[in-house]
Design a protein around this ligand. Sequence first.
Ligand code: AHR
Length: 389
Amino acid sequence: MKKLFAACIILAASALVFTSCGSKSDDSDEDEESSSRSGKKERVEKREKDEDDFRGSKKKTDWIHGEDEMASSAKEEKALSEKLSVGFSQVGAESDWRRASTKSIEDAVAQRPQIELTFSDAMQKQENQIKAIRSFIRKKVDVIAFSPVVSSGFEGILKEAGEAGIPVVLVDRAVDADPSLYVSLVGSDFTEEGRRAARWLIANKPAQDSIKVIELSGTPGSAPAIERQKGFAEIIESTPEIKVVFSQSGNFTRVEGKRVMEAILQTPEGKDFDVLFAHNDDMALGAIEAIRDVGKVPGKDIIISVDGIKDILKAIRDGNANCTVECNPLIGPQLFDVIEKVAKGETVPARIPSIEGVFDNVGGFEVGDGYESVKTTKVTQDIIDGRKY
Ligand code: AHR
């Protein structure tokens, strides 16, 4: 009988374990919730009292330890209960950068059998993201991580996570919320990316009295759109001949980048532009098609963007684009290192920046901030071949 009971417990525990790299809907929460509620509650309480026992798996395994004949099953159940459950909500699949970021997360999980990942794709909608985070809270995952679609409007759900005792790690993008509501932000410095783009422009600007810039911005309200714009504006301010004559969103996609650029090129001011500053490479690549379609020469009209995906490196090599400021999407390993530390109760830095460079077709231009030197790297075939995304 005891044997049967123990087997039932093991079956129930097995049912709790799932590893997913596709979206999971909220509806699947309830069955898991009922059987896991007490164990996870203990975990949360124990985490507060004793960081060493944060994983809180002792109680279940101790109970099975009493049964000699169940030793191997007990080991199995202990292994299961030692898994670290993580809920991750991704922005979407809007760009090559984003797809590389998702792959980096999947690859990092594949290397770490102790992680149970529930992955959810927000399809660039904040409401989907809030729903997903709420479902992670209901599931009582150990750690929540997400890449926020936009900056504002997350305070409420972050408080809900805090009340449930679940630590939150931000990935890639920041939120406009009290920093005590999340433990760390792992990702790029978007303001500095905007500054680097502007410094490159100043070092390479055409010798003329007026330089007209078209800015294709990212998703409205998103941290990279807000911060890249801010950083770029801050640096060009001291060069009065450089003027942003259009600033419109292409939502970080190639299709929208092309469509918006086509419309801008129909206007008298737009068709005489000198420089395109796109907040990501995908929009720049869409815009390059639109520029060609009206008989202009991309690369002669300066094209600057952000990310450093393979396709833009090829465009730079071929002279169809001029500069890309790197934004590193391969943050899966860094993210899970942080998550594992957080789960153990270790202190992690509030901000963990990615290390990034700048690529162009010349090399050697200084685009650092005056304290740290960052020199551009000339795009070569080796760099293109080595690029993973
Ligand atoms: O948050 C990072 C940005 O989001 C990347 O620059 C862009 O390509 C992506 O969609």
